[in-house]
Design a protein around this ligand. Sequence first.
Ligand SMILES: Nc1ncnc2c1ncn2[C@@H]1O[C@H](COP(=O)(O)OP(=O)(O)OP(=O)(O)O)[C@@H](O)[C@H]1O
Length: 298
Amino acid sequence: MTSTLTISQLTKTFGGTRALSDVSLGLAPGERVALLGHNGAGKSTLMKIILGLIAPDSGQVSVCGAAPGHASARAKVAYLPENATFHSALTGLEQITYYMRLRGEDTSGAMELLDRVGLGFAARRRIGTYSKGMRQRVGLAQALIGRPSLLVLDEPTSGLDPVSRRDFYELLDGLAADGASILLSSHALTEVEARTDRLLILSGGKMVAQGTLSDLRREAALPVALHVTAHNGHDSDILAALPGAIRVHDALHLNCSQEDKLATLGRITALGGKVADLEVIPPSLEDIYSHFSRRDGQ
Ligand SMILES: Nc1ncnc2c1ncn2[C@@H]1O[C@H](COP(=O)(O)OP(=O)(O)OP(=O)(O)O)[C@@H](O)[C@H]1O
């Protein structure tokens, strides 16, 4: 299947700052991909290059088969900036109608678009009276004008309450099911883990990891935490069987590498009735993210 977005060996420098260094990635139709990275990692720079707003120093970018910023690419790409601002004196309906006219679209679908993002009820109210979540929905409605093939969304859910976030992702699921590719940046790890197909991690301008969460978990190979609770009086037997375990409150805690996990579990099982309970705690998404996303000097 032809990729919606192909980027290879992209580099961008601002003065002495290398914002992107040898970045390559691809997005297939219908794929929902999260772009993660610390502040200043290069996420916005990458998005601006995809949109054709700034030019890279070197590397290739193809957006729906065209160069970024080319008329045919612009017609197929939608962008939602992190802090979308609108004219506060216009109603939601007037604002969307205005954007539809700018894009040369039939404006009779404006109300349907606002209904789709859950704003139909406030379509005739001035945007100045909208909450942050409602303004974000106006942004999403403008991004949906013209049935884009690629949506580039810069921290689209920041400031949204949990229900609005869920509604927002459901809307994205529907667009992806219809074949749109979605690239969204976020700092909300748990939500992107659940609602996207693949994660990309930028750190210091380099693409340091990409894949599903299980791919990244495997690649990071971080230790697993084991919490063992002993039956009364058997703590010392368990400590003897598990070198490195330490007592924390009522349990014995041990970190073990992925390779040693099964052997260690075998040793715990062999202790039989001396063990009252065992918890196996895999590395969290935050642990995996911090493993890959280290800034220089950290
Ligand atoms: N126009 C510019 N002039 C100079 N430096 C810039 C410019 N735009 C970005 N940079 C630098 O490039 C690096 C990457 O910035 P970018 O905005 O892409 O990061 P980001 O990952 O989007 O950060 P955040 O999560 O804070 O939005 C940073 O060091 C930033 O200071």
